[in-house]
Write a protein that binds this ligand. Structure first.
Ligand SMILES: NC(=O)c1ccc[n+]([C@@H]2O[C@H](COP(=O)([O-])OP(=O)(O)OC[C@H]3O[C@@H](n4cnc5c(N)ncnc54)[C@H](OP(=O)(O)O)[C@@H]3O)[C@@H](O)[C@H]2O)c1
Length: 241
């Protein structure tokens, strides 16, 4: 049985990735930080169909000690790790005049530092299984996102790490990134009809992306044996305009 570990896996895009791999009978390790009940409910629903194949691991990626305890838990749950998906992310604006050390620590922790140290901690098992790492970034950062300088820097760093580690960890481990466009409204934000239509108008394929679009790309990359160091934009062509 192959094993996938997804950070921020209790809800939204992370949950969709997990559900797709559960259908394919992978062992599932769901990471969460605050969404304990969603993570437990997801694991229970998978276990109801697939036996004891789903596990949950808690931790705050902003905290180095938590990252190390996540690594220990994942390594002790499964003899093998085939796929690490660095999906968890914190996303909020930081206009330059308001930026504090705390903003820096939070946005860099979840989007860049945490993923890097998870890769370090799970490297041996990924090497042994000739596995894959998939980092989830953001299409918008290539054009610059006003008021999101720390978030953009963190995601750009994650793309840079993707390319560097693709070389460093080859030939055993493949390292790629998926760069989503406009998929879901940010958590706790509801766009007006007008805002939504404006976004859709800017997308050549004339729709928002869905969780499924990202999950299917993760699935494709996980099953591909000759792609590494790539950043795959899943954005309906928005980055072209
Ligand atoms: N949604 C979009 O349209 C869009 C667009 C571009 C890129 N993306 C990228 O796609 C990925 C998934 O997007 P999403 O919208 O589904 O993500 P999301 O809902 O914003 O966040 C996913 C999870 O990240 C976890 N998380 C946040 N801070 C954390 C921390 N300090 N420590 C541990 N976990 C933390 C949270 O887990 P808990 O709930 O358990 O705390 C949260 O549920 C992200 O990497 C995002 O940047 C999304």
């Amino acid at each position: 049985m192959k094993t996938i570990f997804v950070t921020g896996g209790a809800k939204r895009i992370g949950k969709a990735i997990i559900e797709l791999f559960a259908q394919d009978n992978w062992r599932i390790i769901i990471h969460y930080n605050k969404s304990a009940s969603d993570a437990e409910a997801l694991a229970e629903s998978i276990n109801a169909n697939n036996g004891d194949s789903a596990f949950v691991v808690k931790g705050d990626l902003d905290k180095s000690d938590d990252v190390q305890s996540i690594v220990s838990s994942v390594n002790s749950i499964s003899e093998t790790i085939d796929l690490l998906v660095n999906n968890a992310s914190t996303f909020y604006p930081t206009p330059i005049e308001d930026i504090s050390n705390d903003h820096w620590d939070k946005l860099i922790g979840s989007n860049l530092k945490g993923p890097l140290f998870l890769i370090q901690g799970l490297k041996e098992k990924l090497q042994a299984s000739k596995g894959s790492i998939i980092n989830i970034t953001d299409t918008n950062l290539t054009k610059g996102i006003a008021n999101y300088s720390i978030y953009s820097a963190a995601k750009a760093g994650l793309e840079s790490i993707t390319k560097g580690l693709a070389k460093e960890l080859a030939p055993e481990i493949k390292v790629n990134a998926i760069s989503p466009g406009a998929m879901l409204e940010p958590p706790d934000v509801t766009w007006t009809e007008e805002q939504r239509n404006k976004v859709i108008e800017s997308i050549p394929l004339k729709r928002m992306g869905t969780e499924k679009d990202i999950a299917e790309t993760v699935y494709f990359l996980a099953h591909s044996d000759y792609i590494t160091g790539q950043i795959i934009k899943v954005d309906g062509g928005r980055s072209l305009s």
